[in-house]
Design a protein around this ligand. Structure first.
Ligand SMILES: *Cc1c(COP(=O)(O)O)cnc(C)c1O
Length: 338
């Protein structure tokens, strides 16, 4: 089977498994796991922060960031398609007691004026606007990329209104390999950054939250509270270190294959609209009365797995385990599907 459901479906490569076998481990709840400590130091250093904390998932790093930057009765501002709104079980309300202000942006991205307009005035009956969360790349927006100048304009609004700014950087490296901007430059603009190792980077498990020493000290408490304190997690951290070393530059290959898939989709009569393809994600709407469940079934019958992303919307994601050979096969299937 060819699997285009997500970039999370990859299996560790031989070199990564070897690195995991060789990991020097300890009990990370006591801060004694050398591999975890090395990974946390590495990510903090990459983004120019004082500290980072290794967590089981990107949902956990985002949820910890929300808790870390806010108090109950505060409000978080984000784009309607954001992961923190769509796919984290409403955790902003449950874990942190927050209200949420949704912005209808373009392809999952907000503009500085929209953020400015979302800031609530001080009143007894209103939540306090406290935090802005951006997502780069924007998953449900079709893997779209924020540029630094757009983000700096949003930072400026945050500074004027005393707001914190968090980056959901589950796929930040997909953006950086395309723009040539650096992790360090991105770290400067935000109060905290979350990165996933288990998406395009091809590690089996893990995400990190990076920020100030004081914030990350608190984040470690929240991680423990949420049940995310792991013991010999160094085996996973070793996979993460390997991924950061070997799997960032190659993300460009995934983007190249996505562009070829995009050209193929654009010539199909069953595709009504494809979002601009900037990285490894393709989101498209189906034409006529073709539904996504039926479309996914038909693809599956031809050996390709893909995810419905709405009643008439599909998502394809390219990744480490989607080879040129699989690309050729997929192009054939797409051309002969109906
Ligand atoms: C995958 C993802 C996350 C975190 O997901 P987990 O599956 O919990 O690791 C967060 N934000 C975005 C944009 C994502 O795509």
């Amino acid at each position: 089977m060819i699997n285009l459901i997500s970039d999370t479906v990859t299996r560790p490569v031989a070199g990564m498994l070897e690195a995991m076998m060789q990991a020097e481990v300890g009990d990370d709840v006591f801060g004694d796991d050398p591999a975890v400590n090395a990974l946390e130091a590495r990510v903090a250093e990459m983004f120019g922060y004082e500290a980072a904390v290794f967590c089981p998932s990107g949902t956990m790093t985002n949820q910890i960031a929300l808790r870390m930057h806010t108090q109950p009765l505060d409000e978080v501002v984000c784009e309607r398609l954001s992961h923190i709104y769509q796919y984290e079980v409403g955790g902003y309300a449950y874990n942190s007691g927050l209200a949420i202000h949704l912005i209808d942006g373009e392809y999952g991205k907000m503009r500085a004026e929209q953020v400015e307009a979302a800031v609530k005035p001080e009143a007894d009956w209103l939540p306090r606007t406290r935090l802005v969360v951006l997502e780069n790349t924007a998953n449900k927006g079709g893997g779209s990329i924020y540029r630094l100048e757009e983000v700096r304009a949003i930072r400026e609004v945050c500074d004027r209104h005393g707001l914190k700014l968090h980056l959901d950087g589950a796929r930040i490296f997909n953006a950086l390999v395309e723009t040539g901007e650096t992790a360090r430059e991105w770290g400067e603009v935000f109060d905290s950054v979350s990165v996933c190792l288990s998406k395009g980077l091809g590690a089996p498990v893990g995400s990190l939250l990076a920020g100030s020493a004081e914030d990350i000290r608190f984040a470690r408490k929240v991680r423990k509270l949420m049940g995310g304190g792991m013991r010999q997690a160094g085996y996973l951290a070793a996979a993460g270190l390997y991924a950061l070393e070997h799997h960032i530059d190659r993300l460009k290959e995934d983007h190249g294959r996505a562009r070829i898939l995009a050209e193929a989709l654009e010539r199909q009569s069953y595709v009504a609209a494809l979002r601009p393809v900037q990285t490894n994600i393709l989101v498209f709407d189906l034409a006529g009365d073709l539904g996504s469940a039926e479309f996914a079934e038909r693809l599956k019958g031809k050996g390709i797995l893909a995810a419905p992303f709405g009643p008439k919307t599909m998502r394809f994601v390219t990744h480490l385990d989607f080879s040129d050979e699989m690309l050729e096969k997929t192009l054939e299937v797409l051309d002969g599907l109906f």
